[in-house]
Design a protein around this ligand. Sequence first.
Ligand code: MF3
Ligand code: CO
Ligand code: CO
Length: 269
Amino acid sequence: MTITIKDEQGIAGMRLAGRLASQVLDYLEPFVKPGVTTNALDKLAHDYIVDVQGAIPAPLNYAPDGYPPYPKSICSSINHQVCHGIPNDKPLKKGDIVNLDITIIKDGWHGDTSRMFCVGDASIAAKRLCALTHEAMWHGIQQVRPGAHLGDIGWAIQSFAEGHGFSVVREFCGHGIGRGFHEDPQVLHYGKPGTLTELKAGMTFTIEPMINAGRRDIKELGDGWTIVTKDHSLSAQWEHTVLVTPTGYEVLTLSAGSPAIPDFVQPSA
Ligand code: MF3
Ligand code: CO
Ligand code: CO
C-alpha cells in the first residue's frame, strides 16, 4: 500500500480541484427540480466543467479493473440507489432524493464530492436520512488529525448511523485521492477506534458514507455500475475530500453553496 503525501504544491492543486468540484454542485442545484432528467444534469455538469472550469470530468470513460467504461460525466443515484447511478432520460419527480457525485481533474489533481438533493419536497423520513447522513460524514471528518487512525473515522460514522437505526454500506468506501482518482488507503465507514492506518499530515482522502434506512445489503444492477439496496430501502450519501493538516483537517471540497456545517463540529486548523 502506498499512501501519497502531498507537498505544498500538491496541496494547492488539491485545494483548487476540490473547490471546483464543489462549485459544480452549486451550479447544478437550481436545476434539480421535478421534470429534469439526470441526462440533462449530466450535460450541464459536463459543459460547465469543460467550458467554464477548464477541467476534466473524471468519471467519463473511467474503467477500473472489472468495470465497463463509465459512460457519463457525473453519478446520479436516486432513492434506493446507493451509488454510481448512471444518468438517463427519466425525469426526476417530486419527493425523490438524489445524490449527485462530482469528480473533476484540474491540472492533474482530483476533487471528489457529493451531496443529497430533495426534488421538490421529500418525505420527513427521506429528509431525516439525508440530514443524518450529512451529520454522519461530519462525525467522521472530525476525527481527522495526525496520529488518529482510519478506524476512528469508521467508528464515528458507524456508531452515529446505527445509533439512529440506520445501516452502513460495507462494500464501498472512501479513498485516497490526488493525481489518482482512487488511491490508497481505503477509508471504511465502519470499524473500531485505534485500528488501521495512522493518519499523517499531507494525506488527502475522501469520506463518503452510504447510509441505508433499512438493511445494509446491496446489489449491483446489470449495467455493471449502479448499486441499489437489496430491500429497496432509501439510501443517502455525502462526500468530501479532506486534507490532514499538522493540527487537524481541512475540507477541500467546500464552496459558497455548501450546506451549513453541523453545530457539533469544532473548528479545525
Ligand atoms: N465519485 C465516486 C467516488 O466517490 C466514484 C465514481 S466512479 C464512476 O469514488 F466511474 F462511477 F464515476
Ligand atoms: Co470518492
Ligand atoms: Co465521489
